[in-house]
Design a binder for this molecule. Structure first.
Ligand code: NAD
Length: 356
C-alpha cells in the first residue's frame, strides 16, 4: 500500500509527522513517500504543485496531506499561491466528494463553545462537493482599469457553476452514505436567490427518486448556518456545494470542540482519496509545538478505512484517540480545567502508546 505524504506549510509538517508515527506503529506493510507541496514546494521548486509531487500523488493508493498556505505568499500571482496546490490535486485526481464527519467525543463536550446538551452525542456527516462551484468557475478575473493597471481594477468577478453530472455524482454519494446511517439527507442550497442552486436542488430531487428509503429535505444555507448552532443534532447527512460546505464544516468543527479535531477524506469515483485535517496551515501557531494533531491522525484512520480497506486498523486508531482523550490529555485548543495539557509531539506519542 503506497501512500504519498504531503506535509505542506505552517503546522502541516508538525501534525503529519505525528500521523505518520501512528501509521508506522500499526505494523502494516505501508510504503510512505514524502514530497513538498504548497509554499514549501514553491520555495524549493518554484511551483506549489510540482509535476513530481503530482505524479507521486497520482501513483499512490492514497494521499496523506497536511495543510498549505502562509501569509508570506499572499502577494504572489494567484496561480503560484500555496492554496492552488490543494485545488490542483482535487481537480487533477478527480477528488469530488469531501467527507467531513463532525463527532463530539464525550470527553470534549466542555471544549465546545456550545452548551453541553446541544453537542453531547453529536455525530453528523457533511458531504461537500469539491471540484465545481465558484472555486472553479469560468470566467473569473478583474476588469483592468483604463490605465491597464491590475491593482487599480474597478471590478472583480468569479462565476458560480455546476453541471448536472457534478451534482448527480455528489448526490449519489450522499444518499449512499445516508443508507449506512440514519437514512436522512439535508441538501443545503441558496435556491431562493441563485440559479446555480435552484438547478442543484432540482437535480438532487431527481436523484433522490432512486433512493426512496432515504428522506430528503432542503435548507437554505443561511438557515443551515443558524440551525447548526441552534440544534445541530437534528442533522444527520448534509450535502452541499463547494463554498457552502467549506464554511459550514468550519462552523461544525467548533461543535466538536476544536477545528483541530475534524478529519476529512476527499474521494474520487473509485475511493482513491486524499486525507487531510479540515483546518488550514495555522501560521499563527506554527513552530510552537502546540497544534492539535488529532484531526490528521483521524484522517489517517479514514484513509485506512476508505482507500486501503483496513477497517480494523482504522478502528484501532480511533479507539486510541478516544483512549488518550479519556486519559485527560489535551492540546491547548481543547484544554479545559482539570485536564492535562500536552504538546503536539506528546499527543502523537500518547496515541502510539494507546495503540500498543
Ligand atoms: P486555519 O484553519 O489555518 O486556522 C484557523 C484558526 O484555527 C487559527 O487560530 C489556528 O491557530 C487554529 N487551528 C487550526 N488548526 C489547528 C490545530 N490543528 N490545532 C490548534 N489550532 C488550530 O485557517 P486560516 O487562519 O484562515 O488560514 C491559514 C492558512 O491556511 C491560509 O493560508 C489558508 O489559505 C490556508 N488553508 C489551507 C487549507 C488546506 O490546506 N486544505 C484549508 C484552509 C485554509
Amino acid at each position: 500500500m503506497k501512500i504519498a505524504v504531503l506535509p505542506g506549510d505552517g503546522i502541516g509538517p508538525e501534525i503529519v509527522v505525528e500521523a505518520v508515527k501512528v501509521l508506522r506503529a500499526l505494523g502494516l506493510s505501508l510504503e510512505l513517500e514524502t514530497a513538498p507541496v504548497g509554499g514549501a514546494a514553491y520555495a524549493a521548486l518554484g511551483h506549489p504543485l510540482p509535476a513530481s509531487t503530482l505524479k507521486l500523488a497520482q501513483d499512490a493508493d492514497a494521499i496523506l496531506f497536511g495543510a498549505v498556505g502562509d501569509w508570506k505568499y499572499d502577494t504572489l500571482d494567484r496561480h503560484l499561491r500555496p492554496e492552488q496546490a490543494i485545488l490542483g490535486l482535487r481537480k487533477n485526481l478527480g477528488l469530488f466528494a469531501n467527507f467531513r464527519p463532525a463527532i463530539c467525543y464525550p470527553e470534549l463536550v466542555n471544549a465546545s463553545s456550545l452548551k453541553p446538551e446541544l453537542v453531547s452525542g453529536l455525530d453528523i456527516l457533511i458531504i461537500r462537493e469539491l471540484t465545481g462551484d465558484i472555486y472553479f468557475g469560468q470566467p473569473r478575473g478583474r476588469r483592468i482599469a483604463t490605465d491597464g493597471n491590475f491593482p487599480d481594477a474597478e471590478e472583480a468577478f468569479d462565476t458560480m457553476r455546476y453541471s448536472r453530472p457534478e451534482i448527480e455524482r455528489i448526490a449519489h454519494v450522499a444518499f449512499q452514505a445516508a443508507r449506512k446511517r440514519s437514512k436522512r439527507v439535508t441538501s443545503v442550497d441558496k435556491s431562493n436567490v441563485l440559479e446555480t442552486f435552484q438547478f442543484w436542488k432540482d437535480v438532487v430531487i431527481e436523484v433522490s427518486e432512486q433512493y426512496p428509503d432515504v428522506a430528503l429535505d432542503h435548507m437554505y444555507v443561511d438557515n443551515a448556518a443558524m440551525q447548526l448552532v441552534k440544534a445541530p443534532k437534528k442533522f444527520d447527512v448534509i450535502v452541499t456545494g463547494n463554498m457552502f460546505g467549506d464554511i459550514l464544516s468550519d462552523e461544525a468543527s467548533m461543535l466538536t470542540g476544536s477545528i483541530g479535531m475534524l478529519p476529512s477524506a476527499s474521494l474520487d469515483a473509485n475511493s482513491k482519496g486524499l486525507y487531510e485535517p479540515s483546518h488550514g496551515s495555522a501560521p499563527d501557531i506554527a513552530g510552537q509545538g502546540i497544534a492539535n494533531p488529532l484531526a490528521t491522525i483521524l484522517s489517517a484512520a479514514m484513509m485506512l478505512r476508505f482507500s486501503l480497506n483496513q477497517e480494523e486498523a482504522a478502528q484501532r486508531i480511533e479507539n486510541a484517540v478516544k483512549s488518550v482523550l479519556a486519559q485527560g490529555l489535551r492540546t491547548a485548543d481543547i484544554y479545559s480545567e482539570g485536564t492535562t495539557r500536552v504538546s503536539t509531539i506528546e499527543m502523537g506519542n500518547a496515541v502510539v502508546k494507546a495503540l500498543r
